[in-house]
Design a protein around this ligand. Sequence first.
Ligand code: UDP
Length: 498
Amino acid sequence: AQAPLTKHIIMLPFMAQGHLIPFLELAHQILHHNPNFTITIANSPLNITYLRSAIANNPSPPSQIHLKPLPFNSSDHGLPPNSENTDGLPLSQIIKLFHASAALEPPFSEFINDVVSRNPISPVCIVSDIFMGWANDVAKCYGVVNYSFTTGGAYGTAAYCSIWMNLPHRNLIDGETRDEFPVPGFPESCRFTITQLHQYLRAADGKDEWSRFFQPQISLSLRSNGWFCNTVEEMETLGLEVLRNYIKLPVWCIGPLLPLKMLENNSGSDTGSGIIGQRSGKQHGIQPEKCIEWLDSHPIGSVLYISFGSQNTISETQMMELAKGLEESKKSFIWVIRPPLGFDLKGNFKPEWLPTGFEDRIGKQGLVVHNWAPQLEILCHRSTGAFLTHCGWNSVMEGLSQGVPLIGWPLAAEQGYNAKMLVEEMGVCVVLARGVHSKITKEEVSGVVNVVLGKVEGGKGEDMRKKANNLKELIRASVKGSSYKAMDDFLTTFDSEF
Ligand code: UDP
């Protein structure tokens, strides 16, 4: 008898940490479900290096995952040398990287041609990032199936796509004081506001460089055979209804794309370092063991964790007020800090960006981690009681999977819509600030931190914790429930394509 044909899934993430990480987790999830696949992740050389060290950090790396570097030279696109990832780039360069990502098309196409011609009868499919819509053209060219993967949640993705494609805020009449507008696909009563939009989107008119990237890439992704979404079916009822109506394609909710270790019932106690494994392939600004040790010395649910994701930072004034507010709150915190807006994010941190004597004064109250922290291990630790986040979707899923309530400070992309949903639909978040121009005071910071970490019976903090804990249960149940079924359904659909 002939050996069964190995199915080959070729993945193409967008060039950003928050996309590479869930793509790698998606590969793990597929193999966990069915180990008889070969999976190749293609990307620019530096991103392949990140992925390679992330895979090497896995205590039992699956042999079915392969990596394919595609040549890419950032200097050809007016970017600084070795800029292959949004990480550390200012906004003006990020848009260049978005447009430059299309330069991966010729080598990617050549690679698919190679795979298909070497083994013409093996089933092949491409799973591409919704920002890499051009992969759909490549798939069509070689008669290969294409699925898209949005690394965002359903609500945030639906709002992001609909707003970029329709630019509904442009219908607001100049000078009108009301800044609310409906978004096509969302119920009339679910209004969005200008303040939830990133500055470049507020100014978009369909001809600007941002629209010229997003509109065609989203349109192309709408031609794929279906979308994966890193969410849980029961968690985003409204978001999924809107997304499905809007894209008119199957949507498989296969989240949470997290290491299974994080979803076991005993996590949330001291996890010890190294158990989860580093997923990003990036250098930590602190040894994970040190972080855990520090957390071990604090009471349960008492620590605030602060991080703005892999590529964002806040302004100098905001950083100063945040520091003062944290000090004034008297609550314990771990703060992942990088240089403020306008400075080299990968450069040295200057003490003048924080109040004089800040780090000496806070002593045991706070742990300042430069640049990159072991986020999963911090969120899994039982001493962590709240998460001040930019509401990037990976961070949201990571926090909620541990039942940690959120303080939102959305900064870019679909983060403003995520925050809106977390507040309005889920009740697990309070928004402290929006963007890099929002004025915050130390009193506001200290007030919000005390509310969310507060242990007052019947108080807001308790209510948020309860709701976050319910979501944690729901997320964990999906691993053997709805998300498991969705993956099964996807694999059956994939089979039926051949
Ligand atoms: N992350 C981390 N350490 C840090 C900052 C971020 O491990 O100090 C990880 C985080 O756990 C998450 C990802 O980087 O998986 C950030 O993704 P997210 O979608 O939250 O935000 P983005 O970086 O895409 O804005």
